[in-house]
Ligand binder design. Sequence first.
Ligand code: SF4
Length: 295
Amino acid sequence: MRKIEVDSGAGFCFGVDQVIKTAEAHLREGNPLYGLGEMVHNSQEVLRLEALGLRTIDHSELSEVKPGRVLLRAHGEPPATYRLAREHGMEIIDGTCPIVARLQTKIKEVYWAMDRDTHQLVIFGKSDHPETIGLMGQVNGDVTVVSSVKDIPAIDPSKKVLLFSQTTMDPDLYKEVEEGLKAHLNQSANQQEGDLFQSDCTICGQMKRRKPGLAAFAMDYELILFVSGKNSSNGKMLFEFCRSVNPLTHWISSINEIDPTWFKDVKSIGISGATSTSMDQLQAVKEQVKKLALS
Ligand code: SF4
């Protein structure tokens, strides 16, 4: 008898879960609703919401479509998006995750309070990620974004660094960037030791807990199916981490990608996913695996 289980620590993160419930509530009432950008990096979930009536638009369409209600996703938006939506007569339903909203406020307050001749903001994140675009917008783009230690040489070593993070980044890579930045700043003769650097690791607690939880789960099963959209950076990072713990890990974005030959001679199968993968999707994968593996 094969053991086939879903990782109880997987499923949507709080912020994504909240925005999807908000979308569903509005759509259930029959209200037309635009979604600004993909609500979640998960094409199946986006299609499901669109089947309920959500119309996904991109930022260039915001001032072109017929005015109505627009839902902002959990990643948050820069102030320019709110301005544009209001100028176009849109009613904004703000789905920004409260944790992201607090980070936006914090970055804005720190920026306007600091001496910008001697201090600089640095965000560990992806410059094309919606959350980081939203954070950059809080300070008129006056921030350097580093996605890895490779970007550190671009930082001005003569100014003190105030470091923050996009909430969905890898905590281990944050530590690498922290160390790399300290070494970079220490090279500057203008800096006093101990006055170079201030670090505020704003990676979400759900993300920090996810890797240890996934590692424990992945070790318990012979084979892991990791489910996420292939365009999810969180999904890619967690898949690679999962595979480093259990080399027999396969990355799928839908049940159609499951290859039954994977299960030959395998006695236990674990199913997990990214923070943009719903529990319903993981359960559907489980049902499909049961069909294929037990047939
Ligand atoms: S990862 Fe955390 S901060 Fe980011 S949207 Fe999800 S719950 Fe909010």
